[in-house]
Structure formats: structure tokens, C-alpha cells
Design a protein around this ligand. Sequence first.
Ligand SMILES: [Zn+2]
Ligand SMILES: [Zn+2]
Ligand SMILES: [Zn+2]
Ligand SMILES: [Zn+2]
Ligand SMILES: [Zn+2]
Ligand SMILES: [Zn+2]
Length: 201
Amino acid sequence: MKKLNLSLLIILVFISIIEFTSCKDLEVEHQHKFSEKWEMDEYYHWKKCSCGEIVFEATHSFGDWQIAKEPTEEAKGKQERKCTVCPYTVTEEIEKLAHTHKFSEVWTSDESGHWHVATCEHTEEVSDKIAHIFGDWTVTQEATEEVEGTRERSCSVCGYTVTEEIEKLAHTHKFSEVWTSDESGHWHVATCEHTEEVSDK
Ligand SMILES: [Zn+2]
Ligand SMILES: [Zn+2]
Ligand SMILES: [Zn+2]
Ligand SMILES: [Zn+2]
Ligand SMILES: [Zn+2]
Ligand SMILES: [Zn+2]
């Protein structure tokens, strides 16, 4: 009986040694495993083991803002910046652009000058209004003693053309090429309406 007790005790001690070692093994065996994926919130990113251990916890490290969608006068735009470590991205709206009048590329003109009219809804707006810049006169019809002539000049910017009358030429007497003569001498008689005029007498 006593021998049996001793054997039992030995067995019990063995069992407890085995249990102790295996228990110790279990504790050593857990190695933290952190997934490839970052976990994140608005402020921080981190990696977490299934045991609850957290590593690499830090605030996001943002890069520069990048325009994702340019704003226009009609629609808001979008900009975003990404954390350089984890995939966290902040997106913000960009306000619509302030209205800028749009103007026709074609000149509108009258005798006072030339300008561009607005093509946006603000039709009363004008741009680049300025007096014409005229080039030199060009005679389009020579004046004579009997008929007025015409000349014109154009704006070098918008092409607006002004036409002007040229006054009739001053009258110059015309004389016959044939000599007229009497005992006192010779002369040329006028062939214009001023028949009393003489030349070269
Ligand atoms: Zn762990
Ligand atoms: Zn981050
Ligand atoms: Zn406008
Ligand atoms: Zn002009
Ligand atoms: Zn005359
Ligand atoms: Zn003579």
C-alpha cells in the first residue's frame, strides 16, 4: 500500500511537471500578429493583434492637398489629402468660383468707339471700351472742280470705317492753247466760263 502511494505520488509529480511545462510553452508561443491592414479613425492609425495589443499608433501624417475636382462658377470642387502612412483620406469641398463676366471676342462699334459686349447674363456690361484708332485717309473718289470726292479711314482695331466728303477743287481758269491776236499783240483766251479772262498777253 505504501509502495502504491509512492508510485501515485511520482505519477502526480510527473503530471504536474508536464502541465507546468506545457503551460509555460503556451505563454511563450503567442507571438503578436499584426495584420497588413491599418485600422484608423479621424485622427490616428494603428495595427492591432488579436490579443488586443496595439502598435504603430500615431496621428495621421498628411501630405499636401490635391485638387480632385476643379471648382467652376456653376459647381463646387473637391480637394483631398491622404495620410502618407495609412490609406486615410480627408475630402473637402472647394467653393464655387466667383463669377467673371464673359465678353464677345467680336468688336461692337459706333462713331464714338469700339467695345466688347458681355455674353454672360450681365448684358449691360462692356469691356475694353475705347475710341477708335484710325489709320491714314484713303481717297476713294478724287474731287474735281465739278464734283466732290470721298475719302475714308478705318480703325486698325475694329475695322470701323468713316467716309468723308472732299470739297470740290478751287476753280482754275482754263485757256485755249491757240493764240488769239490783233494789232496790239497775242494772248490765250479763257475756255472756262470766265470768258473775259486772258493769259500770256
Ligand atoms: Zn498578440
Ligand atoms: Zn494615417
Ligand atoms: Zn457676368
Ligand atoms: Zn475701332
Ligand atoms: Zn475760270
Ligand atoms: Zn504774236
